[in-house]
Design a protein around this ligand. Structure first.
Ligand code: CMC
Length: 436
């Protein structure tokens, strides 16, 4: 953090003394006002539910310019990473700060690949779930349970434990997501095959059976890999902040990542990809393109509770750059599969066009986000809709780990402990039960 020459002065209309607050500059993005001494000096807190104006940490990992629609991982534009790198190179970049050279990549890929199998006992743990459980319920349990299976990497303050936990999580998430899927469809689990790429191996574990192998299709594998890259990190979003807050108590890395999985599930966050596709299917069932006008009317009616899922973002007030790349991938996948006339894709394109021209969306700067198109791609590949968010969690795991490790290594790190404005009852006496 670079101190700024500018200071902010806080003044009070009741004559209390002014307070000078230091400002810090980042390398890019808004400056921050340091309020850490505010309570000690004035006895007052700041109030910012939803963190609309609050930087919860300093970070070197991911930068978003929401007005420009720019996303950088460690300084590299997402467009370049999505076209020139694969997911494991992106993981290396997020974890260690630089893109790997060929030798570093080979060593990292070998390390991850070495850990793709999960403890055989985990399948018995998985069997405790109902077959119709939501994959995110299963994933929250499985990731949390990893701390029970890998106790030799649970000390968050030990850099070696953190490193091995990171590699294990990145390596095993595809295996766990595929196992969760196979369990719901009643098929045997498919063990990882380590001569395949990260995405290719995942797709094989999803779609092969003991009777029929799955031959990865390059276009579809590349699309899956791109989904992973685009979802790998997104600075201090709800699930990442959850992971940081959870990890700030000193809990083990698996528990902190499980907290991230649980948070990601919500429809306002990672669950939006599933919700967006369900929404498209609903519109399709109820009349398709001809009914878009009616649907948009409902979305604009605040009493309806209906939202255009896959639209809007807290930070992007412009087209989400990930949505642009996902739209491109959508075309490639549908062309490869001969599905360019897919009614759901046509519906999505039409809905996007109408929404982008509508005053309601224009005035609020609501643009499609990554989830608007990722569901169509995944559905075309053959991924069942309830599994979409689990795949998001697989991809985001590396971002959560990188952010967690950054926090632990930060000399300013403290347990996260927000304060509150209390508006409840003041102290009162308990009456005996007969008098209440
Ligand atoms: N459909 C209709 N209206 C919307 C939508 C939407 N999808 N998103 C925002 N608005 C309206 C909102 O009602 C509000 O209107 P008004 O000013 O009249 O009260 C205005 O736009 C500002 O919205 P907000 O709720 O204050 O914005 P937020 O920053 O708190 O919420 C959001 C961001 C992503 C939760 C929200 O846009 C949303 O619920 N979108 C749909 C769910 C979705 O697609 N989420 C995925 C986010 S990207 C993937 C990820 O990072 O997880």
């Amino acid at each position: 953090m670079i101190p700024s020459d500018v200071k902010a002065t806080l003044s009070f209309s009741d004559g209390s003394p002014n307070m000078d607050l230091p400002l810090y500059k980042g390398t890019i993005g808004p400056d921050v006002i340091d309020i850490r001494k505010l309570y000690a000096q004035t006895g007052k807190f700041t109030y910012d539910p939803g963190f609309l104006s609050t930087a919860s940490c300093n970070s070197t990992i991911t930068y978003i310019d929401g007005d420009k629609g720019e996303l950088l991982y460690r300084g590299y534009p997402i467009e370049q990473l999505a076209t020139s790198c694969d997911y494991l190179e992106t993981c290396y970049l997020l974890l260690y700060g630089e893109l790997p050279n060929p030798a570093q990549k080979e060593e990292f890929v070998a390390r991850v690949t070495n850990h793709t199998m999960v403890n055989e006992q985990m399948q018995f743990f998985l069997r405790g779930f109902r077959r119709d459980a939501h994959p995110m319920a299963v994933m929250t349990g499985l990731v949390g349970a990893m701390s029970a299976f890998y106790h030799d990497s649970t000390d968050i303050n030990n850099p070696e434990h953190r490193e091995i936990a990171a590699i294990r999580l990145i390596a095993k998430m595809p295996t766990l997501v595929a196992m969760a899927y196979k369990y719901t469809v009643g098929q045997p689990y498919i063990y990882p095959k380590n001569d395949l790429s990260y995405a290719g191996n995942f797709m094989r574990m999803m779609f092969a059976t003991p009777c029929e192998d799955y031959k990865p299709n390059d276009v579809l594998v590349r699309a899956m890999d791109r989904i992973f890259i685009l979802h790998a990190d997104h600075e201090q979003n709800a699930s990442t902040s959850t992971v940081r807050l959870c990890g700030s108590s000193g809990t083990n890395p698996f528990a902190a990542i499980a907290a991230g999985v649980a948070c990601l599930w919500g429809p306002a966050h990672g669950g939006a990809n599933e919700a967006a596709l369900n929404m498209l299917e609903d519109i399709q069932r109820n009349g398709g393109v001809a009914k878009i006008g009616e649907f948009i009317k409902q979305v604009k009616d605040k009493n309806s509770g209906v939202k255009l899922m896959g639209f809007g973002h807290r930070v992007y007030k412009n087209y989400d750059p990930r949505a642009k790349l996902m739209r491109e991938t959508c075309h490639e996948v549908l062309d490869e599969l001969g599905l360019h006339n897919d009614p759901m894709f046509k519906l999505a394109m039409e809905l996007e066009k109408i929404a982008l021209e509508d005053e309601y969306f224009v005035a609020r700067k609501l643009y499609p986000n990554v989830d608007f198109y990722s569901g169509i791609v995944q559905r075309a590949i053959g991924i069942p809709v309830p599994l979409f968010t689990a795949i998001f969690s697989l991809a985001r795991t590396v971002g959560w780990i990188a952010q967690l490790n950054e926090m632990i290594g930060d000399p300013e790190y403290k347990i996260g402990r927000p304060r509150q404005l209390f508006v409840g009852s003041t102290a009162r006496n308990v009456k005996p039960i007969g008098e209440r």
